[in-house]
Design a protein around this ligand. Structure first.
Ligand code: SF4
Ligand code: SF4
Length: 223
């Protein structure tokens, strides 16, 4: 799940300063699950924005819409009529949703209402932890299913740094050392020999974002 958190109110109010009628666009998927940009959060943020603007004597009309998934054109385009009637849009979807709106509504300013933070797992109600950085070449089969990119502070691919101590990370002592977790997991699986296999340095230029945005084309799914 993509995890996000609402931006500070003063930041949102600052970029909305020139506008008097906006659309607050939520998303019914990840940001709904992490309580950052679903229908409920849209309603709460819309009320806060109206009150804040009322208070300074510059009332602002705030329309509310929450399509099922903002990152898919068929749902994003459900907003067309409403976008055409406002001066600006605040999207509380992740950064992908914001950019989907930018692509389809080129004449309208689109602002992010949340900070997209990470790809995470739900640990408990209201608790999420980062698990993947979408590196483009997954190594989980070599590391017992524990990601050294997302979970090791130094993104080490071949064992712990010298600072690993009592199972904890030297960068943040309350955090488990990812390589301790990998070792324990491989040991439990009887696969400790995998620790001896050298994982080559990641070729970030071709595997990931340094070479520009990745693109997947599935010819079998094209219509
Ligand atoms: S190795 Fe890469 S793709 Fe696999 S979980 Fe880690 S960051 Fe994600
Ligand atoms: S202590 Fe462990 S998790 Fe922390 S940086 Fe070193 S190897 Fe990575």
């Amino acid at each position: 799940m993509i995890k996000a958190e609402q931006k500070p109110m003063d930041e949102i109010l600052r970029y909305l300063e020139p506008y008097n009628k906006i659309l607050l666009a939520g998303c019914g998927a990840c940001v709904t699950v992490c309580h950052a940009g679903g229908e409920k959060e849209v309603s709460l943020l819309a009320s806060s924005l109206r009150m804040a603007r009322q208070k300074i004597g510059k009332p602002m009309e705030v329309l509310e819409k929450t399509p099922a998934r903002q990152c898919e054109p068929e749902f994003a385009l459900e907003l067309s009529e409403t976008v055409g009637s406002v001066e600006a849009v605040v999207s509380v979807a992740c950064g992908i949703g914001v950019q989907t709106l930018v692509r389809h509504f080129q004449k309208t300013p689109i602002f992010p209402g949340v900070n997209t933070t990470f790809l995470g797992e739900t640990m408990a109600h209201g608790v999420w932890e980062e698990r993947c950085q979408a590196c483009g070449n997954c190594v989980l089969e070599k590391t017992g299913g524990i990601c050294p990119i997302a979970r090791c502070a130094k993104q080490l691919l071949n064992g712990p740094c010298g600072g690993s101590s009592k199972g904890k990370c030297e960068i943040k002592r309350e955090t488990d050392c990812a390589w301790q977790l990998i070792y324990d997991r491989l040991k439990a699986l009887g696969q400790l020999h995998k620790m001896e296999e050298i994982i080559p340095a990641k070729r970030w230029g071709v595997e990931s974002r340094d070479s520009g945005p990745r693109r997947i084309v599935r010819e079998d799914l094209k219509v």
